[in-house]
Design a protein. Sequence first.
Length: 94
Amino acid sequence: MAKRFWGAGPRGRLLNAPGIARDAGFSATALRAAEAWPARFDARLSVGPLVPADVRERLRRKAAYLLAPRRVVLVEGDGAEVSLTPAPAGSAAR
């Protein structure tokens, strides 16, 4: 069953993902990234210090879920910034 789930692609996983609607804008951005970025790229999630820690972790988990099998690296951003950018696989967080 897991093979079928992960083989479904980002849109198929979205249909079975609880809690996606809470951050619909971010989820839509992550799905567009999953479709546009080459699989060899990981993701750099930049979250500012004004974003609460629980929200920061929720966004990191959601990005990892929607962008799988890519790795998501969390880096500190500015203010209340939340952005998702591609990073070459294996690159260190900046």
